[in-house]
Structure formats: structure tokens, C-alpha cells
Design a protein around this ligand. Structure first.
Ligand code: XMP
Length: 524
């Protein structure tokens, strides 16, 4: 039977608990708190409080899609019994209003986007700059609003359509905001959150991801004992950081399997092997399975079938390698990170459903090994910091994310070694120019796509009829939403002309200007 361990992240440190009522911004709230060097965890309403020795110094109730005028979810007794400061945001405010006997109604006009707010004095505004203490532009996203104050509350902010846009308890450290302080569109939102967390809850700024390296290592050593650990190394940031961490914790008791699918970015297989094996002396078995992948993908054009084939092949190769290891107990290490846990419902129940999407190659728990997930309480940027203090170079850990099934999702249509090679060459040019012109770190992800569309061009004096290449670059914080990146015209021009001139068999380059939503980041 598989089981997982909780990492000892934040061991013993005071923390802020974020109750997730389902808002798309919940992760952002938890991350903003950690960015202040204060530990935070997310919990679903109705679920038991986390079993940890981290004292909870304050609770933030998130927004959510519920309406407080129908399918409302009350504030848990266990939360109220903590008797700590509360901050309700959007739905969280409405839940607080109902709890205290106030009234919430559907507004005649919803408020979405920027709203002007008039403030009245409150301790929550203590960290706002002097010129913002009366008037602010904030980000609203609601239809319901509080129309009657709960008992013992008073108004601390009003907007045109929501006369009770923020409220505070007269005697307890309870505050509630109809708007979203966690989104960047709210002026001085960070100052409000900082005042709640540090000023009102008195949380010390003690959370440092670098400090937890030691406690992660001792937890891993305790858990694994003399057993062996197997890790599917994808070359991505999470699995690479995990490899470095495990190596430091248990040395030769770790074996990594790196499957070269033939579908990696140009030079990536070598880069992973050089960093992990040669520089860090991590025990890595490299399996060249590219022929098997190309063979199975022959004539397949449907994206989901491509994903399925890659996932199954990966497991097959992995199983072959794990059988060859002769140890009694072998743990399966996974680079599961906190957003995976939150998104997959890990905080919403006792069952830990892990999105296969995020696992290294989608390794299933049915492999029948106990599961080791030391990074499961960390956010992506924290993993990068941890990687840095473990000695991975910035170039390595700052790379853009790459999907498990690799380039078969970016060679749209049929996947052949020739088409993949064409795409790799175009992609390498795009990435090279982004680095050269200082744009690589300003976008969250950038890549080229090979389209199954032919177009006419003139190469030299010859008419050419060849495939079209697409370029995609996005900015994003959490990859759940993204905006197409407004790259400079000169950069795009240079990439386009280099691709058409340097890569044989490409006639035209187009740039994708679609946000997510409605599009996704990848094309398949
Ligand atoms: P989408 O295309 O859903 O992508 O907007 C969001 C992020 O997830 C990555 N992605 C994947 N990663 N296996 C993965 O490991 C997949 O099948 C997969 N599909 C998308 C994508 O690159 C982006 O960072």
C-alpha cells in the first residue's frame, strides 16, 4: 500500500491558516503570506485543523464562488475556537457577516474590476502610506454584498455600490474586506495583508525556505532509514531539486531514472546528466527510449492519445529499471509541490489525489511503492530557492516549465524525429534570442510550435511550400491564468528571420496572441 509523508515544512513556526472557500486567489493569499517570511497553510472548510506543531496566530477566510444568499458555508467552530485574529476576504467577509447576524444580499449591480474606496480609520490601515489612508483604488469581484452589519461591527470602507465594503469588529481583532487585497490591482493590498499578519497577528518573520533544508533532510533520513529511493528525473525544476535534496539526505540510497524520450528541448538531456551526474554525483541511470517513443507515436495526432502513450511508456521504462534494483523496500519519490496538493484536492480531504499531470511522467501509485513527497508543502518559488541553496545553478533552476510528455505536444499533428528536430532548432533560436535580449526571465514560459500547416514562401529565388512555425510566450504567476507576452517587435523580427533563414523546411513564423483563458498555454 502506498502512503506519503508530510514534510516538516515550517516545523514549529507560528503560522497563518488560510481557509479555502474555493477562490481562484487562495494560493495567492498563502504565497503572499510566505513572501513576508511567515509560514502559511491552506485548509478546506469543514476539515480538521492541520496536525502540526505550528501555532496558528491568525486565520484568513478566502473568497469563493458560493453565494452567501444560498449555498453558504459557515465558519467552522474549530476556527472560531482558536480565538485568533480573523480576516475575511470577499466571500469570507460575507461568511463573517452571516455568522454575526448581519445580512447579505445580491446587489443590484455587481462590482467587477477597479473600484474607488473611501476609508475610515482602522488598525488594518496602519501600514498604508499617509496619502492612501482616506482613499484607495481596489479590485472587486462580487455580486452579493453585506447590507446589514453583524452585531458589534462597524464600517471601515465604502464604495459606490457597496456601502459596507470593509468592516471591523469593535472589540475583537476581526476584519473583513469585500475587495481582494491579494491581487496586484489593489493599491497597497500587500500593506493591508502585512498589517494583518505582522501587526495584528504578531507573526514573527521567521519562515525561511533555506532554513528548512536541514529539517527536510532529517525527516527524509528518519523516514527512509536504510531503504532505497527511486526518483523519476524529468529534468524539470521540481524533480531536479528533489534529486539534489535526496542526494544530500541519503546519498547512494538514491537512484534516479532519467528517460530520454527524444522529445526534450535541444541539449536538455545532456544538461540534466551533466548537472546531476557529473557535477553533483547523483546516481542517475539514463535510459535512451527515444526509438520506443517515436515508434509508439507514429501516425498519432490526437493530443490526449499522445499524452496517454507517453505516460504509459514512461511507466513501462520506469518499471523495468526499478525491477533491476535489488532492494527490499524501495520508496518512490515524487516532486509533488504545494499547488498540486491544493489543486488536486489534497487539502480538501483525507484522500490525497495527486494530479497525474504534475507527476513526473504521470507515475501511478499502483507501482506499489511507498511514496516520498518531501516538497509537498512548498511553492514553486520556494523550491527554486531551496535548489539554489542546494547548489543548483540559477540557469538550471530558472528554466521555464516543460510538460512531461515533452515536444510531442508542441509538434502539432504527426510526431516524427525529423519534425521534432525542426522544432528543436526553432525553439533553440527563440530561447537564445530571449536570453540575448534580456527577456527570458521576464516571461513565465516561451516556446516554439511546429504546425501542421503548409504555407508558400520564397527562399532565395525558389518558391518554397513548407510548414509554419508558431511562437508562444506568456507571462503568468501560477500558470492557471496567463497573458500573451508583449515582446518587442525587434525581438520577434529577429527570431522570425533567423528561423526562416537558419532552419531548413520552415516557410513562415506566426506569434500567438491569445490569453489563458480562453486558450491554454500549450496548444495540445
Ligand atoms: P496549459 O496548457 O494547461 O498548461 O495552460 C499549464 C502548465 O502546465 C504545463 N502542462 C503540462 N505539464 N504534463 C505536464 O507535466 C502535461 O501533460 C502538461 N500539459 C501542460 C504547461 O507547459 C504549462 O506550464
Amino acid at each position: 500500500m502506498s502512503h506519503s509523508i508530510q514534510s516538516q515544512a515550517g516545523h514549529g513556526l507560528p503560522m497563518i491558516l488560510v481557509v479555502d472557500y474555493g477562490s481562484q486567489y487562495t494560493q495567492l493569499i498563502a504565497r503572499k503570506v510566505r513572501e513576508m517570511s511567515v509560514y502559511s497553510e491552506v485548509i478546506a472548510p469543514g476539515k480538521p485543523l492541520p496536525h502540526s506543531d505550528n501555532p496558528i496566530l491568525g486565520v484568513i477566510l478566502s473568497g469563493g464562488p458560493q453565494t452567501a444568499t444560498g449555498n453558504e458555508q459557515p465558519i467552522d467552530e474549530a476556527i472560531l475556537a482558536l480565538d485568533v485574529p480573523l480576516l475575511g476576504i470577499c466571500y469570507g467577509m460575507q461568511a463573517m457577516a452571516i455568522h454575526g447576524g448581519g445580512l447579505v444580499k445580491k446587489g443590484e449591480v455587481g462590482e467587477y474590476g477597479h473600484t474607488e474606496l473611501s476609508l475610515t480609520p482602522s488598525p488594518l490601515w496602519a501600514m498604508l502610506p499617509a496619502d492612501a489612508k482616506n482613499h484607495l483604488r481596489v479590485w472587486m469581484s462580487h455580486e452579493d454584498h453585506v447590507v446589514k452589519l453583524p452585531e458589534d461591527f462597524h464600517i471601515i470602507a465604502a464604495s459606490r455600490h457597496a456601502p459596507i465594503a470593509a468592516m471591523a469588529h469593535k472589540h475583537k481583532p476581526w476584519f473583513a474586506l469585500q475587495f481582494h487585497p491579494e491581487v496586484s490591482h489593489t493599491e497597497h493590498g500587500d500593506a493591508m495583508l502585512a498589517q494583518f499578519v505582522q501587526g495584528i497577528c504578531q507573526c514573527p518573520q521567521a519562515w525561511q525556505v533555506t532554513d528548512i533544508e536541514t529539517s527536510l533532510i532529517s525527516t527524509i533520513q528518519e523516514q527512509v532509514g536504510q531503504d532505497h529511493v527511486l526518483l523519476g528525473l524529468s529534468g524539470g525544476v521540481d524533480s531536479s531539486v528533489l534529486a539534489a535534496l535526496l542526494h544530500k539526505a541519503i546519498g547512494d540510497q538514491l537512484t534516479c531514472v532519467f528517460v530520454d524520450t527524444g522529445l526534450l528541448r535541444r541539449g536538455e538531456a545532456d544538461q540534466v546528466m551533466t548537472t546531476m551526474h557529473d557535477h553533483m554525483a547523483v546516481n542517475v541511470i539514463k535510459v535512451d527510449a527515444s526509438e520506443r517513443f517515436f515508434q509508439q507515436l507514429q501516425d498519432v495526432t490526437d493530443p490526449e492519445t499522445k499524452r496517454k502513450i507517453c505516460g504509459e511508456l514512461f511507466v513501462e521504462v520506469f518499471q523495468e529499471q526499478s525491477k533491476a534494483l535489488r532492494h527490499n523496500t524501495i520508496w518512490l519519490a515524487q516532486g509533488t509541490i504545494y499547488p498540486d496538493v491544493i489543486e488536486s484536492g489534497g487539502v480538501h480531504g483525507t484522500a490525497e489525489v495527486i494530479k497525474s499531470h504534475h507527476n513526473v511522467g504521470g507515475l501511478p501509485e499502483t507501482l506499489g511503492m511507498p511514496l516520498l513527497e518531501p516538497l509537498r508543502m512548498l511553492f514553486k518559488d520556494e523550491i527554486r530557492l531551496l535548489g539554489k541553496c542546494l547548489g543548483l545553478s540559477e540557469v538550471f533552476i530558472g528554466r521555464h516549465p516543460f510538460p512531461g510528455p515533452g515536444l510531442c505536444l508542441r509538434v502539432i499533428g504527426e510526431v516524427t524525429p525529423e519534425r521534432v528536430a525542426t522544432l528543436q532548432a526553432c525553439d533553440a533560436i527563440f530561447i537564445e534570442e530571449l536570453h540575448a535580449q534580456g527577456w527570458y526571465n521576464q516571461v513565465a514560459q516561451a516556446f516554439a510550435l511546429l504546425l501542421p500547416v503548409m504555407s508558400v514562401g520564397v527562399v532565395g529565388d525558389q518558391r518554397a511550400y513548407a510548414p509554419v512555425v508558431g511562437l508562444r510566450a506568456v507571462t503568468s504567476i501560477d500558470y492557471m491564468t496567463a497573458e500573451w507576452a508583449d515582446l518587442p517587435r525587434e525581438l520577434l523580427t529577429k527570431v522570425s528571420s533567423r528561423i526562416v533563414n537558419e532552419v531548413p523546411g520552415v516557410s513562415r513564423v506566426v506569434y500567438d496572441i491569445t490569453h489563458k483563458p480562453p486558450a491554454t498555454i500549450e496548444w495540445e
